[in-house]
Design a protein around this ligand. Structure first.
Ligand code: CA
Length: 538
């Protein structure tokens, strides 16, 4: 239980920050823009038409509209490619090792931390969060919240509204939008607003809105060049995965089993689409590459249908802003908690430092955003969101935040010292997908990665310029020895800068639930015992 004294201290800290640490006072209400944060779960750039994937998988006219009227970021990168940790990083502006949320299996968000919604709320913003939360502890810093418990359900999902369980009926993406519009209509109009509208879709098990079943007319999707990647010459960490279309796909993923919680009427509509196609599959009994191809096409039908509903519902939000005269003074930000593999390397899911899962979509429209329809290739990150939103609202960010406001990029300026590299660290292993912990440095061209754990201690160097599909490691290429040396130095510099030189937390957590401060951890395998720092992970 939190003591009253602790609550008072936290409140004072937030108020002190809002009062203008850093010498910057909040702007007057009329000058402060609203912030509409449109967020999806596992939405990847390959499924968004304005990102121009060569497979041309789906048209997303409403997301494209935000890009056309604003700015598209082509390298918005995550710092730990998985749901809960990305959300914690967005809220706090801190890396996983600083905000304490490392993975989805045994972390819970410590809601005592300073977050940007708390700071905006204290600065006079009306704040709401609606949709997927996935941080275990209850949301804080919001005047109103209505969330899905855990991962949530696609159909008729139970929700929790300001602590009280409530029922809903319909399709989750539509419901989250309905509730978001309801809140906007009833909001306190004397204040600017922050609305975080956070969709569950298109998260696994990719269950479409019933109106979108068969939307693609049984299209055979173009295959990525690496659908049958054999991982030759790659680290064992890469080849020994459990997230392949060939080995990991469940009956629920394949829709050989219906998604849960449908009404009899909904199930009848579902069966009318899937059952004849499933019967054809059972009759053909594909194996080997034919099976992978069948799964790939089923997967893309379902995943893209989910994105189609997200895009439609983003259109509903944009229309509302237009109708209410709010478009001009509302910063609209569309992003996701990471990217996703759509068959590249034979995978679904995320986690890896590789481009498809490392990169989140990010399109931004609103007051001050210059050059409508422009694309920005600078490295920005979800870790920058908190400071960017605070900057836009004229609220000072606390020094503990580890990102950087990209507001200058939005208004058409590029600071000379804008980052040229980013630090990454993924932790969750072995369940659910046997992706080994790894950390690394990312630049415009290269990635230097260290996979570590009880059975792996290997490095890879990836050159996106020569190998855009990231299919081979050139770490041992003698011609690149100086490049490796330089990147290792940069990696060490970043680890010191972000404070991740201490022990890794995975061993510290073991398989126990997160209960506050982790136990004293063991040394990381690549660190000589004498160099180990004793600092606890916080
Ligand atoms: Ca996610």
């Amino acid at each position: 239980m939190r003591s009253l004294a602790r609550i008072v201290v936290e409140r004072l800290l937030v108020l002190a920050l809002v009062a203008g640490w850093g010498g910057q006072a909040a702007l007057a209400d009329e000058a402060r823009p609203n912030i509409l944060f449109l967020f999806a779960d596992d939405l990847t750039c390959q499924a968004i038409s304005c990102y121009g994937d060569e497979r041309k998988l789906l048209e997303t006219p409403n997301i494209d509209r935000v890009a056309r009227e604003g700015m598209r970021f082509d390298r918005c990168l995550v710092t730990n490619s998985i749901c809960g940790p990305s959300r914690a990083t967005i809220l706090t502006g801190k890396y996983s090792h600083r905000n304490g949320f490392y993975n989805n299996t045994n972390s819970a968000f410590d809601s005592r931390q300073v977050t940007f919604p708390k700071l905006l709320q204290a600065a006079g913003y009306s704040t709401a969060l609606i949709g997927k939360w996935h941080l275990v502890s209850d949301p804080t810093g919001f005047d109103h919240w209505q969330i899905l418990p855990g991962q949530g359900l696609y159909y008729n999902p139970p929700m929790i509204r300001n602590g009280e369980r409530v029922k809903t009926s319909g399709y989750v993406t539509d419901i989250i939008t309905d509730l978001s519009l309801d809140w906007l209509k009833s909001r306190d109009r004397s204040k600017p607003f922050l609305l975080m509208c956070q969709h569950k879709a298109p998260h696994r098990e990719w269950a479409p809105a019933l109106r979108h079943l068969g939307w693609d007319e049984d299209r055979k999707y173009p295959e990525p060049a690496t659908l049958f990647d054999a991982f030759e010459g790659r680290s064992r960490a890469v080849s020994d995965h459990d997230m392949g279309l060939d080995r990991t796909f469940t009956d629920l993923d394949a829709k050989l089993t219906p998604a849960p919680n449908m009404t009899p009427e909904q199930l009848a509509e579902w069966n009318a689409y899937y059952q004849p196609r499933n019967a054809a599959y059972e009759a053909a009994k594909p194996t080997g590459r034919d099976l992978v191809r069948w799964r790939y096409n089923r997967y893309l039908h379902d995943y893209l249908a989910c994105v189609k509903a997200v895009d439609e519902n983003i259109g509903r939000m944009l229309d509302f802003l237009d109708r209410e005269g709010l478009a001009e003074n509302t910063l609209v930000v569309l992003s996701s908690d990471q990217g996703f593999f759509l068959g590249e390397h034979g995978w679904f899911d995320k986690r890896w430092i590789f481009e498809e899962s490392l990169r989140s979509p990010l399109v931004v429209r609103g007051p001050g955003v210059k050059s409508p329809g422009s694309a920005n290739g600078r490295i920005v990150s979800l870790i920058d969101f908190a400071q960017t939103f605070l900057d836009v609202a004229g609220v000072a960010a606390p020094a503990e935040m580890q990102g950087r406001s990209f507001k200058p990029l939005l208004v058409g300026e590029t600071p000379a010292d804008w980052r040229k590299s980013l630090y990454y660290h993924y932790y969750e292993f072995p369940v659910p997908h046997r992706v080994r912990p790894h950390y690394g440095v990312i630049t415009d061209r290269y990635k230097l990665v260290h996979y570590y754990g009880s059975d792996v201690d290997e490095w890879e160097l990836l050159d996106r310029e020569r190998d855009p599909g990231e299919t081979r490691s050139v770490y041992s290429d003698p011609a690149l020895a100086a490049t490796v040396t330089g990147l290792r130095a940069e990696l060490e510099r970043l680890r010191v800068e972000v404070g991740d030189t201490g022990p890794t937390p995975r061993e510290a957590f073991g398989n126990q639930p997160f209960e506050g401060e982790p136990a004293p951890p063991k040394a990381r395998p690549d660190q000589p015992a004498g160099k180990k720092k004793a600092k606890a992970v916080n």
